[in-house]
Design a binder for this molecule. Structure first.
Ligand SMILES: [Zn+2]
Length: 666
């Protein structure tokens, strides 16, 4: 799946600025650019007139993409000489601040396939399939300041439509040209322009202009995108504060990307039809308009925006599906962090952007989890008012963790220094283990006594405890402030079991054997054996195809339980009656409940002293064929139930036994 990546030029600019000027507080006022762009997408030929005020007294110095050149420069209306040196363009000479510079720039945008970096969205390209002029590759005079204001007029042949970041002021088609004007009268990143043979659809929603720029063949998707975008914008505006821009555009891209821009997202045309794209992915990119676009990121002190966006968009969507989906997402965050080797772990403060999976485990998973813990620490109401406070104080500014802490301390009315220092400045996570557990009584009161250990460095953590008793569940939380601590919790009589953080609400290192078995545990193992007992050729062929799709390698296939090596994971594929027969040969035991549900199902079955089984059954050969296509997309699940082609139930098992669960002897 294509994930969102954000151009990193802003970072480079910020670093350059900070290294030469010191603190962020000293950021310069934004320069205003007046831009007149004429572009022919078919040939890539473009011409730009860029006018801006120069704040300094010295020579004018700026950068431009390598495929552009300055053909003319003037200062206050007087033509001037131009020089090029060490990757910079110069207009020499001194003068008072506020001189008006006008540059004429021209060149040819490279074709898509010739441009290294184009497929990642970091380089401009042009062609009939689409043109892209990203802010990441300077196509107007790029001075080393992170944000500017601009007014931009773009003109293309009438067969095309062009769209830019900024407010749409006007548009018209005349004399064979389409011309549109955009304005950013607020501080924002340098403009990005998109053009193509687009069909434009529009929906006005609460004063925000929503548009899709799709190729003809995708137009049927437009209405759903507009409706979804309107719903997300309304929902997020209510929660955080009014949407900061006047437009939101979904623009189809001829490259495999999902990129976010102020007031726009640029998404691969090939994947527009996927429900994920107009669901979670669209929600994520819209949320970035608050975090990352209108509130900029103080990269020197860590990128907080990815984790916050993930928490408020992706995770909030999981929450609307129910507690199981939310729990599963938290578990997946912990699993991704558990995969980071300790020597490569870094504090959140060091996360800048997603360059590899490890960075993602920290910048997305850990940071999102930190916001989850913060919300539990201060409560939903204080969390949401802290978000609104942070937004109010930092809209159209660049902000860092310090500003987040200030906003949440204000809303919570408490000192959160310990929380932010522990989770942001320090690396690692506690490794909580259950060292002992016992039932006892004191003065007639039943108690559960247990000891927890958190491994190396000491974190302050509120650890949820769930005790199952004859008269119901007791939920409590204990606070760890030392490496090893003993706790006692009063309970009604008849405690049956004790579980430590069973719903994964604290950020910690998972213990081995703690996570429930999911499909991937069986399909990733190179030792897995495939059981296909069917004598029916249609069933056997479909089963083999499913096996190949899941394992993605050569398989060892058996047809009878007797051929099975007991120490290897097993993948069973067949009809429901074939599974019943197999199960009876394996030994006594009840049929699992799941067998009675839907027309097909898949589930993992932990077995004592066995590395685990993944069982896939369907009521008939046709039902088995129905589930074959979707099954490989659900590798993180413990169970799935299908009704024909449709998934009607899915989830991850609750672990009732394991290193953090204790069952008392009768
Ligand atoms: Zn993102």
């Amino acid at each position: 799946m294509v994930m969102s990546t954000r151009p990193v030029l802003l970072l480079a600019v910020l670093l350059a600025w900070i290294s030469s000027h010191g603190a962020l507080a000293a950021l310069p006022p934004e320069i205003h650019h007046g831009i007149d762009l004429s572009l022919d997408p078919a040939t890539g030929n473009m011409k730009v007139r860029d006018t801006f005020q120069w704040a300094g007294r010295g020579p004018i110095k700026f950068r431009l993409a390598g495929w552009l050149k300055v053909t003319r420069a003037s200062i206050d209306g007087q033509n001037r000489e131009i020089r090029q040196q060490d990757g910079y363009w110069y207009v020499p000479g001194n003068g008072p601040p506020g001189r008006e510079v006008t540059l004429t720039i021209s060149g040819g945008l490279p074709p898509l396939n010739d441009q290294p970096g184009a497929r990642a969205g970091n380089a401009g390209f042009s062609g009939r399939a689409g043109s892209y002029l990203p802010m990441a590759e300077p196509w107007i005079a790029y001075v080393d300041v992170p944000w500017i204001r601009f007014r931009l007029q773009v003109s293309v042949p009438a067969a095309y439509r062009a769209v830019a970041t900024g407010r749409l002021i006007s548009e018209e088609t005349r004399d064979g040209r389409y011309t549109a004007t955009f304005e950013a009268d607020y501080p924002t990143e340098y403009p990005t322009v998109f053009a193509g043979e687009y069909v434009v659809n529009e929906l006005m929603s609460d004063g925000v202009r929503l548009r899709t720029y799709f190729p003809e063949r995708s137009v049927s998707l437009a209405e759903e995108y507009l409706r979804q975008a309107a719903a997300y914008i309304a929902q997020y505006s209510r929660r955080i504060g009014a949407y900061p821009y006047t437009e939101f555009h979904v623009i189809a891209a001829p490259i495999p990307v999902g990129l976010g821009f102020p007031g726009a997202t640029y998404v691969s045309a090939r994947i527009l039809h996927l429900p994920f794209m107009r669901g979670r992915s669209l929600a994520h990119e819209i949320m970035h308009n608050w975090w990352g676009n209108a509130v900029g990121i103080d990269f020197m002190n860590g990128n907080w925006a990815e984790g916050l966006t993930t928490y408020l968009a992706d995770y909030a969507l999981a929450e609307t599906q129910g507690p199981d989906a939310a729990r599963e997402m938290r578990l997946r965050w912990l699993q991704s962090f558990a995969a980071v080797p300790p020597e490569l772990d870094v504090p959140v403060l060091r996360f800048v952007s997603k360059t590899h999976d490890r960075a993602q485990a920290i910048g997305y998973s850990k940071v999102a989890f930190i916001f989850h813990m913060l919300r539990r620490e201060i409560g939903d109401a204080a969390f949401d008012s802290g978000l609104r406070e942070f937004w109010r104080a930092n809209k159209f500014r660049i902000a860092g963790w310090r500003d987040l802490r200030a906003a949440f301390e204000k809303s919570a009315g408490s000192d959160l220094r310990w929380f932010f220092e522990q989770w942001i400045n320090e690396r690692g996570a506690p490794k909580v283990s259950l060292e002992s557990a016992a039932r006892t009584t004191e003065n007639g009161q039943h108690l559960i006594a247990f000891e927890l250990d958190q491994g190396g460095r000491v974190f302050r953590a509120h650890v949820p405890i769930v005790i199952e008793t004859a008269s119901g569940e007791v939920r409590k939380s204990v606070t760890m402030t030392a490496r090893r601590q003993a706790f006692r919790i009063p309970v009604p009589s008849g405690a049956v079991s004790l579980r430590v953080d069973p719903d994964f609400n604290i950020f910690r290192l998972l213990l081995s054997g703690e996570a429930p078995t999911v499909f991937r545990d069986i399909t990733l193992s190179s030792a897995t054996v495939v059981a296909v007992p069917s004598k029916d050729k249609r069933v056997a062929t479909t089963a083999a195809a499913i096996g190949h799709a899941l394992l993605e390698r050569d398989m060892t296939v058996i047809s009878e339980p007797g051929q099975r090596a007991k120490d290897r994971p097993l993948l069973f594929i067949g009809t429901t009656s074939e599974y019943d027969a197999w199960r009876k040969l394996e030994g006594p035991g009840d049929a699992p409940d799941i067998l009675a549900r839907g027309t097909g199902r898949a589930w993992t079955q932990p077995a004592p002293n066995h590395p685990g089984m993944l069982i896939i059954t369907a009521n008939s050969a046709a039902d088995l064929a129905s589930l074959a296509r979707l099954l490989p997309h659900y590798r993180h699940q413990s169970f799935l139930v299908f009704e024909g082609h449709k998934v009607i139930e899915k989830g991850v098992w609750q672990v009732t036994e394991g290193p953090l669960a204790y069952r008392f002897q009768e």
